[in-house]
Design a protein around this ligand. Sequence first.
Ligand code: CA
Length: 243
Amino acid sequence: MNESVNAYLQKNRFPAIDLKAVLIDMDGVLYDSMPFHAEAWYKAISSLGLPCTREEFFLYEGRTGASTIDLIFNRAYGRDADEEEKQRIYNHKSRLFVACGAAPLMPGALDFLQQVKARGITPVLVTGSGQHSLLDKLSHDYPGIFTPQTMVTAFDVKYGKPHPEPYLIGLEKAGVEPWQAIVVENAPLGVQAGVAANVYTIAVNTGPLPDSVLLDAGANLLLPDMASLARDFETICSQLTTR
Ligand code: CA
């Protein structure tokens, strides 16, 4: 892991990591919600008579809903969706997602966030989601962790992941520089966004994609799940800051 820290510092010409904020994704990291999202997207898009697969939505994870709908529309019609279409389809997808039931909490995520807080590090939520049902649940499931000032959602961003914008806004909200934060992500587009924001990016592979997809996206460190991150966080912190 020391090599990955050195490679990160050299690439970005930063002298050292001084960890003050953890920028953390929501779907597939705090909630095991991706299978539900894939199912809801599949049903919403199929109901329009447009062909798609459940699997493809794991690859689009991290995009805003509007950008996913544009991608499908361009494939089918060779044009972006208009605002009314985007809103109608995203609302339908959101209702289908809610109908899937409560997404389970990701094992290890609360333990990890409590350790972050105990170390005086600021946790910042950075998600492309505009799913009110999940955002409202956050304060209940992860009490005392996030405030409205430390959340970046679909309502804050214009571009969404893989653009660095959501993580740049996250850095701004935390009031820190890229070398003062880490990103925790599960999806290839999210990893790309973290890396593009010049932040040391930890990938947790909680889904069905092969590890190589996350490493190719530029992940600085790869872990199998959030429980491993919680278990190893003390060691990771010391390796990030000691060289
Ligand atoms: Ca995610």
